[in-house]
Design a protein around this ligand. Structure first.
Ligand code: GTP
Ligand code: SPV
Ligand code: MN
Length: 587
């Protein structure tokens, strides 16, 4: 037996599934997984004319988002997990999980899914996910390269071992629940062994282990060792009418607009400008041969937030989910199509909500919960860049960080240098969203990676700071905030398509052209520097969205300083020095 067969046999011996199915990754297999899910009641086919080859899945109300308090990072010592991760002693964690896994797949099929993230690139990572969820197996078909070809290329001495069980064993003859899961949930990472064990949840990043568990948490550890970065970033290319293409990567926390920005459609008064999508959630950044920074999207699919997606906010995504799509927790129309809040200005008169109950407008319940999602292959996206699977990746000219914060931070500014940009990223705070359960209102989310860094966040800051030595020249770093509000609570910037104007300014600054003045936080555009912005905002509102008010910034700097202190002695001293000098400038 090969090492992978030996490992799979050991998992099967522990979990005791009724059968084991090695996934070949074929289209026929995907269709048969979907048919199984329809027969089991997990998914229903949508209207074949309105949504060809698409399905609606409904989860249980206790399994609708990532569970950060049930996510554990388990290196040998707590110090290696750092001040922000939940740590468990690895042997104790394993023992507890092995007890839970014993017989956990009884009566079910165990799918064996060989997968590769960023396949073909110099930093590709191979793994095998075993799962007792056909929904997860079907989703993995869309989100990653899977199957026999991958297995044939997979190095038998270096693959990640990813075990997933929904934790709902069946007695002989007992039918499966439509959405099997367990009240007990764990998502545990063993970076030193290249292993993930996830138990009890079937939803998103808890269960599609190639995504957050491998391509972020384990990949950050690999990237630290091998000199690259695994990031919670979209990658987008802006092409000018002259055909000059410039790529930018941007990190925003969960449900803060990465999918929208990755496929943003230039407004009508920017004829000839084009946007190209490389990825919407995860990017791996590595130095190219000439010392330039390059990026790849390790995934092959989008698992995107449905509510709020509309022809007005994201026409490309609306088109992308028009066929060959799995929707989860969306509402069902009488015509056999899906609906969610924000899809159309007026809701349909009658719906079936995400729990299968009758729904009418004004009934007081959402038709779809805010973390309802769609799953599609990237090839459904009409703005997908032809370079999306280039093994060399694409060159990055700028890095952007952004958060959801109603005050203090302007629409956009450019950090004065690499270290200051890293300070803005390290101290980023953002308002809670529904992508994860149980968050506080406003929390620090360094680099949008708080839930996704597989080692000590303080060492991660140091890895970023030192990364400049690996590059010939570092790209400029920007900070954006689409979410600043006026005194009446309204967004100060129209956002969505209009963000292309900000992207254009970023690109021009990166190419040494865009106009700017220096303010308290760094370089900022005047209204005239954001092409056409005077058509969508007025000087008064623009001044408000760009304001850098010492009265707001002084307490923010104090809070940043306190935050870094709270992370302990591992914080690189450069970052505290930078806060001091920024605070000094304000005085
Ligand atoms: P994950 O997939 O969870 O990592 O998140 P994401 O960053 O891809 O989230 P997504 O793009 O789905 O974010 C959706 C949320 O951002 C919705 O609430 C949108 O309304 C909001 N959003 C996106 N762009 C803008 C914008 O320009 N302005 C405003 N006000 N809201 C925006
Ligand atoms: C996120 O929460 O950042 C997501 C969704 O991208 S999930 O894959 O469920 O983590
Ligand atoms: Mn994400």
């Amino acid at each position: 037996m090969t090492p992978s067969e030996t490992w799979v046999a050991a998992v099967a011996a522990r979990c005791r599934p009724a059968q084991v199915h090695w996934c070949d990754g074929s289209e026929a297999e995907y269709r048969s997984l979907c048919a199984t899910l329809v027969a089991q009641g997990t998914m229903m086919p949508l209207d074949p004319v309105r949504r060809p080859r698409s399905f609606l899945a409904r989860s249980t109300p206790d399994d609708v988002a990532r569970l950060e308090h049930r996510t554990f990072v388990c290196p040998a010592t707590e110090k290696e997990a750092g001040p922000t991760n939940n740590w468990r002693e690895p042997r104790a964690m394993r023992a507890e999980l092995e007890t839970l896994l014993a017989g956990s797949m009884a009566g079910r099929t165990m799918y064996v899914i060989p997968f590769v993230m960023a396949g073909g690139t110099p930093i590709e990572m191979f793994g095998i996910q075993v799962t007792d969820s056909a929904y997860v197996a079907a989703s993995m078909h869309l989100m990653a390269r899977v199957g026999a070809d991958v297995l044939a290329r997979m190095p038998q001495d270096d693959f990640l071992r990813c075990t997933h069980s929904v934790g709902a064993p069946l007695a002989p003859g007992e039918p499966s629940a439509a959405w099997p899961c367990s009240a007990t949930k764990y998502i545990a990472h063993f970076p030193e062994d290249g292993e993930v064990i996830s138990y009890g949840s079937g939803y998103g990043g808890n269960a599609l282990l190639g995504k957050k568990c491998v391509a972020l948490r384990l990949a950050t550890v690999r990237g630290r060792r091998d000199g690259w970065l695994a990031e919670h970033m979209l990658v987008v290319g802006l092409e000018s009418p002259e055909g000059e293409k410039t790529y930018v990567a941007a990190a925003f926390p969960s449900a803060c607009g990465k999918t929208n920005f990755a496929m943003v459609r230039p407004p009508a008064d920017m004829p000839g400008w084009k946007v190209h999508t490389i990825g919407d959630d995860i990017a791996w950044l590595f130095p190219g041969r000439a010392g330039e920074l390059r990026a790849v999207n390790p995934e092959t699919g989008f698992f995107g937030v449905a509510p709020g997606t509309s022809a007005a906010t994201n026409a490309v995504a609306m088109d992308m989910v028009g066929h060959d799509c799995i929707f989860t927790n969306c509402a069902l129309t009488e015509e056999g199509d899906v609906w969610w809040e924000g899809m159309t200005p007026t809701p349909p008169e009658r719906l079936t909500d995400w729990q299968g109950r009758p729904w009418v407008p004004g009934c007081g319940r959402p038709a779809a919960p805010p973390n309802a999602r769609f799953t599609v292959r990237v090839t459904n996206c009409r703005s997908l860049d032809p370079a999306w699977r280039d093994p060399e990746g694409v060159p990055l000219s700028a890095i952007v960080f952004g958060a959801r914060i109603g005050r203090t931070f302007p629409l956009v500014f450019q950090a004065r240098d690499w270290e200051e940009g890293i300070l803005w990223a390290a101290t980023m705070s953002s308002e809670a969203t529904a992508a994860a359960e149980g968050q506080a209102q406003l929390r620090r989310d360094p680099f949008a990676m708080l839930p996704f860094c597989g080692y000590a966040i303080t060492d991660y800051f140091a890895h970023w700071l030192a990364f400049r030595e690996r590059l010939g020249a570092v790209p400029p770093i920007f900070r954006v905030n689409w979410f600043r509000r006026d005194a009446g609570g309204r967004f100060l910037w129209p956002g969505f398509r209009e963000n292309t104007r900000v992207l254009r300014w970023i690109v021009e600054r990166a190419r040494g052209r865009g106009g700017a003045t220096e303010g308290a936080l760094g370089f900022v555009p005047a209204l005239a520097d954001l092409a056409g912005a005077e058509r969508v905002t007025d000087p008064g509102r623009f001044a408000q969205v760009m304001a850098m008010d010492p009265g707001e910034l002084r307490p923010e700097f104090a809070a940043q300083k306190a935050y870094l202190e709270s992370l302990g002695r591992g914080v690189p001293p450069e970052l505290q020095d930078r806060i001091e000098s920024l605070a000094g400038r304000l005085a």
